[in-house]
Design a protein around this ligand. Structure first.
Ligand code: AN7
Length: 402
């Protein structure tokens, strides 16, 4: 395993592992694995190990021991009832809610916290709409590193906040939104208070790219036509694209799925840029959506995400909050898969793309559902029918049943 960290904008090599932007041009960084040694591998070699992030360890920039909670290896559910309903040929859900802390963030954190330990970080930290903090606090606990978390006060779902508190992180609820919290934690990291583990950290997407590896592995290297993901800070769609690219470089696949990003209408800088045909985006000042996970106006990986969408021939669209919540219930009530609102965006997104005539019914589609329904119990209680209150009496219950 050998790799280089390079500026994604100007191409300069960056040696200092504590940096998360280019010291010369300020661009975002990117890890480039040396693909040559990987050419000796075959998919069958990897399959000797259990499925999960570390099945693909030769693709990851780490050589020593790892901080792991056995992340990844999440189910890829065929959704036959829903695909019939939508009238599409084939549709799967990659259920990332089945990760150790209930979201896809664990793929990045096993990698990122492993790196933090390797380079001798004294503390780790992040800003978060919730899932990043839930994940980092668990991996920090496992590694023994202190953990500092900044959250937008009042906009983090109860399950996620409870997790971060539970695992023992030091938590600050900032009087501002996610973008404010990220600005502060970036300054703290520049001043040496902590090793930053937001997705601007170049190592985190390396862990997250295993999402693409697993999708291919689980489909026996048959390439889906389209992969749909919710987009917030925009690292996950980039990471998945990167995973597909690496498999193509090795010749294990011959094309990349159309990377399709879904944002909430009130929080959609990437979709606006895509609609204009731009490769850069204008931040949204006051992002708003019921899907608090993706309530982000200034996505740090926004340019990378746009690159992934354009280069793969994909697309980006918005959903309203009502469409998101409807899709969430639909997935739960037809397929038995419980996801949080942000994740449901990928489900509602497909229906809308078909209605708009932007997706072919003949496509083989994988929708990535990034987080578990239990992350945000309040939204379920608000958006679904309330249970019936009744006396402790069989006859009374029977009357309600008819
Ligand atoms: C369930 O936790 O940004 O586009 O701070 O929790 O890679 O940011 C969460 C994002 C999608 C968006 N689905 O992924 C955070 C945070 C869920 C999420 C996203 C998030 P990116």
């Amino acid at each position: 395993m050998s790799y280089e960290v390079k500026c994604w904008e100007c191409g300069r090599s960056v040696e200092d592992p504590f940096l998360n932007t280019c010291p010369v041009c300020g661009g975002v960084l990117d890890v480039r694995m040396d693909m040559e040694p990987l050419k000796e591998l075959e998919p069958a070699d990897l399959r000797k190990r259990p499925i999960g992030v570390w099945r693909y360890r030769e693709f990851l920039p780490v050589s020593g021991s790892v901080v792991t909670l056995k992340e990844g290896g999440t189910p890829l559910y065929p959704c036959n009832i829903l695909s019939d309903k939508f009238g599409v040929r084939s549709m799967h859900v990659k259920f990332e809610g089945a990760n150790p802390t209930g979201s896809f963030k664990d793929r990045g954190m096993t990698m990122g916290v492993t790196k933090a330990v390797e380079i001798g970080a004294k503390a780790v930290g992040c800003a978060s709409t919730g899932n990043t903090s839930a994940s980092l606090s668990a991996y920090a606990a496992k590694s023994g590193l202190p953990c500092v978390i900044l959250l937008p006060d009042g906009y983090v779902a109860a399950g996620k906040l409870a997790q971060a508190i539970f695992y023992g992180a030091r938590i600050f609820q900032v009087d501002g939104n996610f973008d404010d919290a990220l600005r502060i934690v970036r300054e703290l990291s520049e001043e040496g208070y902590l090793y930053l583990l937001n997705s601007i950290n170049p190592f985190r997407p390396e862990g997250q790219k295993t999402l693409a590896f697993e999708i291919l592995d689980q489909l026996d290297y048959k390439v889906p036509d389209r992969v749909i993901l919710p987009v917030g800070n925009a690292a996950n769609i980039w990471s998945a694209y990167k995973g597909f690219r690496e498999m193509m470089e090795l010749g294990w696949i011959d094309r990349i799925p159309m990377m399709t990003g879904i944002q909430a209408e009130g929080s959609a800088p990437i979709v606006h840029a895509f609609d204009r045909g731009d490769r850069d985006f204008v931040p949204v000042e006051d992002p708003e959506t019921v899907a608090t996970a993706i309530r982000i106006g200034n996505p740090v990986s926004g340019k990378k995400a746009l690159h992934a969408i354009y280069e793969s021939g994909g697309t980006a669209i918005t959903l309203t909050d009502d469409e998101i919540l409807e899709a969430q219930r639909l997935l739960g009530r037809t397929e038995g898969v419980g996801v949080e609102p942000a994740s449901a965006a990928s489900v509602g997104g497909l229906r809308k793309l078909i209605d708009m005539g932007n997706a072919d019914r003949d496509e083989m589609v994988v929708r990535v559902c990034t987080g578990h329904v239990l992350k945000d119990p309040d939204i379920i209680i608000q958006s679904c029918d309330a249970p019936v209150k009744c006396p402790a009496d069989t006859e009374a219950v029977k009357r309600f049943l008819v």
